[in-house]
Ligand binder design. Structure first.
Ligand code: G3I
Length: 356
C-alpha cells in the first residue's frame, strides 16, 4: 500500500454502511478494526468437522459454553475434572485461537454439594479455593476470564441491587473482591472480567440493573480490586425496541471507570417473529445490525462473541422459545451450516465500526 493509502486507511472511517470486501471472514473483518470476533462452543460441536472448520475460519477467540462451570469441573467434592475444558483449550491452542474463560463463579450450574456449604462460615474459603484452582489450571492459556457472572439482581431488593446469594448474605461485595484477587494471584497475566445481562430492553428494569452494575464496578475499583473488564451479555430480542442513547451512555460510563468491554453471548431471539423463515432471518439481522452499530461505536469495546455459531447448537432451542412454532434461528449459520443474513449484518456492523 502506498504511504497515502495507509494514511487514508488509518484516518478515514469507512463509508456509512459499506459492505466488507467479499471473501473475508468475521475474524478478518473485525481484525481490520482492531476488534476480536469470537464464539462460544461446546464439545459436542467439535464432533462435526464442518463446524470445527467454520469456527477456525471465522473466529479469533472461543469460549466454552459449559465445560468450565463448577457443576462440570467438580461434580464430586475434591475430585476435579478439567478434561472437557482441556479439550477445548487444546483446540484453541492448536488452531491459534484465543481462549476466554467462562466462568469461574456463577450462582447457577453449581455441583449439588456446593450450595449447602455456601451457607456456613467456610463458604468464602471454598469459593476462593475453587477460583484459585480453575484459574491456576488454565494459567497462561486464557486471555480473559469471566471471574464472576450474573451477580446483580435488583428485584431481590438487597443493598446495591446485588443478587440474593449466600456469599452476599452479609451485604458486602467481599466475595467478589476475593474472587478477583484469587484469580489475579493464580494468573497475573489474564484480563479479569465481570459478566452480566439485562441492560438492553425493558427500560425500568435495565435502568436499575445499569445502576447496580456501575456501582459494583466503582466499589471494586475503589477497593483496589484487580478488575479489568466488563462482559456485556448480548441476548438480543428481535421485535423489541431499545434505547440507543441509553446504550451509548451505559457503555461510555463503564469505559470511564477504566474498564475494557467485551460484547459477550450475542444471539438474537426470534420468539416474537412470524414463522416465515426469510422474514424472520431478515428481522433478526436488522435488529442485530441496529444494536451492533450503536454498541461498536464505543472504543472500549474490543471483542464481540456470539453465543454459538450455528442454529444447530443454541441454548434457545433447548428452551423452545417459539413455543412449538418452528426451531429458533438466533445465530450466524443455519442448521445446515449455511451463512444467514445475520452473518452479513455482523460483518457489516464490524466493517463500519470505528478503528480501535
Ligand atoms: O451435556 C448434557 C447431556 O449429556 C445431558 O443429556 C443433558 C440433559 O439435561 O444435559 C446436557 O447438559 C446441558 C448443557 O447445557 C449442554 O450444553 C445442561 O443440562 C444445561 O444446563 C446446559 O445449559 C447451559 C446453561 O448456560 C447452564 O450452564 C447452556 O448450554 C449455556 O448456553 C448457558 O449459558 C449461559 C451463560 O453461561 C451465562 N449467560 C446465560 C447463558 C444462557 O443461559
Amino acid at each position: 500500500m502506498s504511504s497515502l493509502g495507509s494514511i487514508a486507511a488509518t484516518y478515514f472511517p469507512p463509508p456509512a454502511s459499506a459492505a466488507p470486501a467479499a471473501g473475508l471472514s468475521l475474524r478478518e473483518i473485525a481484525q481490520k478494526r482492531g476488534i476480536t470476533y469470537g464464539t462460544e462452543l461446546t464439545l459436542p460441536m467439535l464432533r462435526f468437522d464442518k463446524i470445527s472448520e467454520i469456527i477456525i475460519h471465522e473466529a479469533a477467540m472461543i469460549t466454552p459454553g459449559v465445560e468450565m462451570k463448577w457443576g462440570v469441573t467438580e461434580k464430586t467434592q475434591g475430585v476435579r475434572y478439567y478434561g472437557a475444558a482441556d479439550t477445548i483449550s487444546n483446540f484453541a491452542q492448536s488452531n491459534k485461537l484465543m481462549l476466554r474463560g467462562h466462568t469461574a463463579l456463577w450462582y447457577r450450574n453449581l455441583p449439588k454439594w456446593v450450595p449447602p456449604l455456601l451457607e456456613n462460615s467456610s463458604g468464602m474459603a471454598l469459593l476462593v479455593d475453587h477460583v484459585t484452582d480453575i484459574v491456576r489450571h488454565f494459567k497462561g492459556k486464557i486471555v480473559e476470564w469471566d471471574v464472576v457472572n450474573e451477580v446483580i439482581e435488583p428485584n431481590d431488593n438487597l443493598p446495591g441491587g446485588m443478587r440474593n446469594w449466600p456469599p452476599f448474605a452479609g451485604g458486602d461485595v467481599g466475595y467478589i473482591a476475593e474472587s478477583f484477587h484469587a484469580a489475579a494471584n493464580a494468573d497475573p497475566a489474564a484480563l479479569l472480567f465481570y459478566n452480566d445481562y439485562g441492560f438492553i430492553y425493558d427500560p425500568e428494569r435495565s435502568t436499575s440493573r445499569k445502576t447496580a452494575a456501575l456501582n459494583l464496578i466503582e466499589q471494586l475499583k475503589k477497593r483496589g480490586v484487580p478488575i479489568h473488564g466488563f462482559g456485556f451479555q448480548c441476548h438480543l430480542r428481535a421485535g423489541v425496541s431499545f434505547d440507543a442513547n441509553g446504550l451509548r451512555r451505559f457503555l461510555a460510563d463503564i469505559a470511564a471507570l477504566d474498564m475494557r468491554i467485551s460484547l459477550t453471548e450475542l444471539d438474537v431471539s426470534d420468539a416474537r417473529l412470524p414463522r416465515d423463515i426469510p422474514v424472520r432471518d431478515k428481522a433478526v439481522a436488522d435488529h442485530a445490525y441496529e444494536f451492533l452499530s450503536v454498541a461498536l461505536e464505543e472504543p472500549a469495546v474490543k471483542r464481540l462473541l456470539t453465543w454459538g455459531i450455528t442454529d444447530r447448537f443454541t441454548w434457545l432451542n433447548t428452551k423452545d422459545v417459539r413455543k412449538g412454532d418452528g426451531a429458533s434461528r438466533p445465530l450466524p449459520y443455519d442448521e445446515d451450516l449455511n451463512r444467514k443474513p445475520l452473518w452479513d449484518a455482523i460483518a457489516r456492523a464490524l466493517n463500519n465500526a470505528p478503528q480501535r
